[in-house]
Design a protein around this ligand. Structure first.
Ligand SMILES: Cc1ncc(COP(=O)(O)O)c(C=O)c1O
Length: 389
C-alpha cells in the first residue's frame, strides 16, 4: 500500500533547514572551490592523541564506559577546567562526557525546559541553537546584537526580552559566527539579569581556547554564577578533534542528575575510543593548542586585513576562527553575494542571515584553512569586488 500520510511530526516539519547546508551542497558539485565555509579545524588531530587512541583499541578497550564517561577522563576534565578557571566540579556527579557539545546542548535544554518555556538566544549565533531550543519544546527568543557593539550582548538587550516564561539564557562566547569575545563587564551584565530574574545560563564555551590577545571569561566562575550555569565545552575545536565526537557538560548537582538520566537513555556512553583520545588531549595537548592558536592568529590577520582592503568592512574577531565582514558595499543581499561568489569565483562563504536576523548583510568566512588557500580566496574575491564593488 502506498503511504499517504505525512509521517513527519509537526515539530520536525516546522524546523528550518540549516542555511549552511545548502551552500555546501552547491559547492560539492563544483571543482576547484576554495571553501571558507566549514566551521572545523583543517589540522589533523595531533599524532600522539591518535596513537593513544589506537593503543586503547589494541588493548581491547572497545566496550561501553561508565554512563558518565571514563572516571579518569572526568577527573582530567575537572583538573583542566579547575586549572583554567579556578572552579571545582566533582568528577563523580557534576561532569558528564558527551557526544560533542551538540549532545551537551541537547541534554541541557531538554533537562530544563517545559513546553513553552522561553530561552533568550543572542544572535548571530551557531545555526543549531534556536533549533535545539525548539526540539526541546522551548521557544527561542532572538536577541539581536550589532557590529556597533562588537556583537556583544548587553544586559539591557536581554532584560528587554525577559518575560514570565523566560527560563534561561543561551550564550556562546567566543562566538560563532562573529568571533566576538565578551568582556568581563558584559558577562557581569548577563549575570545580573540571570540573578534578577532567577534564570539559568547555558554557556557554550567550545572556542574558549581560541582567543587572540584577549581573555576569555568563564561564565560559571563569575561571582554567584556557579549555581546558575550549565557549562558546555569539548575537544572538537581546541584539539582539532571534530570527528571524535567528544564534549562535556558540567553543572550543579541537581541539574546534573537530570542530565545524566537523559544521557544514559539517549547515548549510553560517548565513544570509548574518543574518550581515550580526549584523555590524552587534555593531559598532554597544551603544546598543540598553543601551536594551532598561533597559526590561526596569523590567518586571522591575513583575512581581516584582506577583507578590509577589498572594502568589505570587517569587525576584528578576537576568538574562534571566523571573520564576519559586512558586504553592504556590493548592494547585494548576503545570500546573493554568497551564491554569485561561489558560481563566479568558486569561493564558498556562508550568508550571515543563516545565523539569525542580525547577521543579515554579513558573511561568515572561516579561516580554519591554510594561508595559501586564504590568499587564493582573497585574490578571487578581489576580482569579484572589481566587478561588483
Ligand atoms: C558554537 C558551537 N557549538 C557547538 C558546536 C558543535 O560542537 P561539537 O563538535 O562539540 O558537537 C559547534 C560546531 O561548529 C559550534 O560552532
Amino acid at each position: 500500500m502506498i503511504r499517504t500520510r505525512n509521517y513527519l511530526s509537526q515539530s520536525v516539519q516546522s524546523l528550518r533547514p540549516s542555511g549552511i547546508r545548502r551552500f555546501f551542497d552547491i559547492a560539492a558539485t563544483m571543482k576547484d572551490v576554495v571553501t571558507l565555509g566549514i566551521g572545523e579545524p583543517d589540522f589533523v588531530t595531533p599524532r600522539h592523541i591518535i596513537d593513544k587512541s589506537i593503543d586503547s583499541l589494541r588493548a581491547g578497550q572497545t566496550s561501553y564506559t561508565s554512563n558518565s564517561g571514563l572516571l579518569e577522563l572526568r577527573c582530567a576534565i575537572a583538573d583542566y577546567v579547575g586549572g583554567l578557571y579556578g572552579i571545582e566540579y566533582d568528577p563523580n556527579d557534576q561532569i558528564v562526557v558527551t557526544v560533542g557539545v551538540s549532545e551537551a546542548m541537547w541534554l541541557a535544554l531538554r533537562t530544563i525546559l517545559d513546553p513553552g518555556d522561553e530561552v533568550l538566544v543572542p544572535e548571530p549565533c551557531f545555526v543549531a541553537n534556536a533549533a535545539a531550543v525548539e526540539m526541546a519544546g522551548g521557544v527561542p527568543i532572538h536577541v539581536d546584537t550589532f557590529v556597533e557593539d562588537h556583537f556583544q550582548v548587553t544586559g539591557a538587550m536581554l532584560e528587554a526580552a525577559v518575560t514570565p516564561r523566560t527560563k534561561a539564557i543561551l550564550i556562546n562566547y567566543p562566538n560563532n559566527p562573529t568571533g566576538a569575545v565578551l568582556s568581563r563587564e558584559r558577562m557581569a551584565e548577563i549575570a545580573a539579569v540571570a540573578e534578577k530574574y532567577d534564570l539559568l545560563v547555558l554557556s557554550d564555551e567550545i572556542y574558549e581556547r581560541l582567543i587572540y590577545g584577549v581573555e576569555h571569561t568563564n561564565f560559571a566562575s563569575l561571582p554567584g554564577m556557579y549555581e546558575r550555569t550549565i557549562l558546555m565545552s569539548g575537544m572538537s575545536k581546541t584539539f582539532a578533534m571534530t570527528g571524535w565526537r567528544i564534549g562535556y557538560v558540567c553543572a550543579p548537582r541537581e541539574i546534573m542528575e537530570g542530565i545524566r538520566k537523559l544521557h544514559q537513555y539517549l547515548i549510553m556512553s560517548a565513544p570509548t575510543v574518543g574518550q581515550y583520545a580526549a584523555l590524552e588531549a587534555l593531559t598532554h595537548g597544551e603544546d598543540d593548542v598553543r601551536e594551532m592558536r598561533g597559526e590561526y592568529d596569523k590567518r586571522r590577520r591575513l583575512i581581516v586585513d584582506g577583507f578590509n582592503q577589498l572594502g568589505l568592512h570587517c569587525f576584528e574577531p578576537r576568538g574562534a576562527f571566523y571573520a564576519f565582514p559586512n558586504i553592504g558595499v556590493t548592494g547585494m543581499s548576503d545570500e546573493e553575494f554568497c551564491e554569485r561568489l561561489l558560481t563566479e569565483e568558486r569561493v564558498a562563504v556562508v550568508p550571515g542571515s543563516a545565523f539569525g536576523r542580525s547577521g543579515t548583510g554579513f558573511v561568515r568566512a572561516s579561516y580554519a584553512t591554510s594561508r595559501e588557500r586564504i590568499e587564493v580566496a582573497l585574490e578571487r574575491m578581489a576580482r569579484f569586488m572589481r566587478r561588483h564593488g
